[in-house]
Design a protein around this ligand. Sequence first.
Ligand code: ADP
Ligand code: MG
Length: 351
Amino acid sequence: MAKVTFEKVVKKYGNVLAVDDLNLELEDGKFTVLVGPSGCGKTTTLRMIAGLEDVTSGIISIDKLDVTSLEPKDRDISMVFQNYALYAHLTVAENIIFPLLARGGKRVEAQGRLQEVAKMLNISHLLERKPKELSGGQQQRVAIGRAIARAPKVFLFDEPLSNLDAKLRVEMRTELLRLQRQLKTTTVYVTHDQEEAMTLSDVMIVMKDGKILQKGSPIDIYEYPNDTFVASFVGSPRMNLISGLCDRGLFTSESGIKSIVKNIGPKKTVLGIRPEEILLVPAVEADFMATIEIVELLGPRAIVTLQVASEHLTAIVNTSDMGSIQEGLEVGVKFRKDRTHLFDEKTQVRL
Ligand code: ADP
Ligand code: MG
């Protein structure tokens, strides 16, 4: 168990500012996910914790110990990469116990730990195989096995599931959670996939351009995004964002979208509304009218694309409530009360 702290950490590659003045505390025993678009500095951040990348300036500590200039091997962390990086000429068993033996562990003890880890990951029957005789999912399990064979202070995962197919990715996600609940080791996990971040994290950190935009529980970030970037990055289908004027408790867009909102303004704003908070209602109850452009059935729910003049809105509707919803028809729309988000149009920051 360990706490990881960043103080004013900067990383430059030549002129590229990869990580920009990072101040951050990663909590002991928690599953923290760094999420953000490609190139935002996630891998760099992780590699700096591991010691695989020097910091340009600033301090990284693990449990109050300044590790900024320690070698990777002296930091007591385990890292799992996207591309597994197994030793091709070693068996699964040898791959898993390698880090134990490399640190001077005894072979007998390593064998005991191997059996435990293999059981945990359901790979006991694969121990004598070579990596090339395994599927992608099995290889990834072995890579995770190698990381957890030791009991390090911190686990680092860099997009470990992105090479797996969708079904396996969801299964492995659940297994990783089960594993972390069991081991309670401080874990830092990097992904560009907001759904993976939402499902895995105790603490979620949204990054962009080398900076932290927001840190919090997934539900807090989903419900109270700090700005329009976080608002549209987190959640799928993404939050609708509509430019318009707020005045005396009423929001109006140029296209004719209207909603009762909190009493601010007159001010140019961006209104955010999640697809599941858009209600399709009879005309008499509606705040405005829209045309149903496209209906995509997902099973129990459907994605409905609405058109209001030149503007498009994405709504999610329960299939059982669809009634007369058909492409081409006019429908009344209102936004669920108190579920709208308002952002300053100029700064894009939450109001
Ligand atoms: P992410 O993992 O979020 O996709 P990275 O941490 O890999 O982002 O990269 C952050 C920024 O640093 C990017 O602009 C990337 O091009 C740059 N970068 C990363 N590694 C290097 C490197 N070894 N040399 C030069 N630039 C790099
Ligand atoms: Mg990366």
